[in-house]
Design a binder for this molecule. Structure first.
Ligand code: BTN
Length: 261
């Protein structure tokens, strides 16, 4: 099996514009750092075989050794910055479709892809780069645990396609499929329909959760009722009030044993 490499990705691309400007690094700190250094057109993709300083949500590290797929898609969409959560949800739906070809999986709000036994297979972190109060570009950073053989001990809720299926996933094909689905979903498909698909695939809905606000130590419990069309989550707290939470400010954790983060 070929591991991830530039030639097979370029040969396998089926997109019109996403990935047509393609940068590949055998090793780098993070695809977010590389984005600062290169010229960025809408649809540019930056991919790394290994990251030495991979970043995750809420200030965490993202383990980025051999066997994973680490990439950033640079987008310059004609949408206001408050739609960032929506864009991330759309990308999560796209990546879930691609991973589904290898292993049964769902979406954990806001943008994790998880296996049937609740193991995290993919995470997405979206960054907005602005200058002079104008959005310069959006960097959708995606990390997929494709053929990762083992994880750090503390990552007990992570797994990979290979570990779950016993078979190696073709990293190049999987990446090309992700790019194709992203291009289709953000440019060609009806956003409301995609968000309906997101909701059907979202295992967080109907679950009891704990809400942990960034920087705060209060924990609130409630039931997840809905995902709004902008990707925010509606939770009915145990005191009966409804809250709308966005992914930048809150960590949502399951109460009944599925406390992966
Ligand atoms: C999460 O915490 O769930 C988000 C993880 C995002 C990881 C990807 S890998 C490619 C890109 N570069 C990074 O440093 N992080 C993102």
């Amino acid at each position: 099996m070929n591991t991830i490499n530039k030639k097979d990705i370029i040969n396998g691309l089926q997109t019109e514009y996403i990935g047509r400007d393609f940068y590949f690094f055998e090793k780098t700190t993070s695809t977010f750092d590389e984005a600062d250094r290169i010229s960025k057109k809408n649809g540019t993709v930056i991919c790394a075989k290994v990251q030495t300083n991979g970043r995750g949500r809420l200030g965490r590290n993202w383990e980025s050794g051999n066997g994973g797929i680490y990439f950033s898609v640079i987008l310059k969409p004609q949408m206001s910055t408050d739609k960032l959560g929506l864009l991330t949800s759309l990308c999560a739906t796209a990546v879930q479709r691609a991973i589904l070809e290898y292993v049964p999986c769902s979406i954990k709000w806001p943008n994790d892809i998880v296996s049937e036994n609740g193991k995290k297979l993919c995470g997405i972190l979206t960054k907005l780069q602005s200058a002079d109060e104008k959005t310069e570009y959006i960097n959708v950073g995606i990390g997929i645990n494709a053929n990762t053989d083992c994880f750090d001990e503390e990552l007990k809720y992570a797994s990979s396609i290979k570990l779950l299926t016993g078979k190696e996933a073709d990293e190049n094909k999987l990446l090309c499929k992700c790019l194709l689905e992203i291009e289709n979903i953000i440019g060609k498909e009806n956003t409301n329909n995609v968000m309906e698909e997101y909701k059907k695939k979202c295992i967080t809905l109907g679950k009891r959760v704990r809400l942990l606000y960034a920087g705060g130590d209060s924990v609130q419990k409630g039931l997840c009722l809905d995902v709004n069309p902008d990707g925010t989550l509606v939770v009915k707290k145990d005191d009966g009030t409804l809250v709308t939470v966005n992914s930048g400010e809150v960590s949502v954790r399951g109460i009944y044993g599925e406390e992966y983060v």
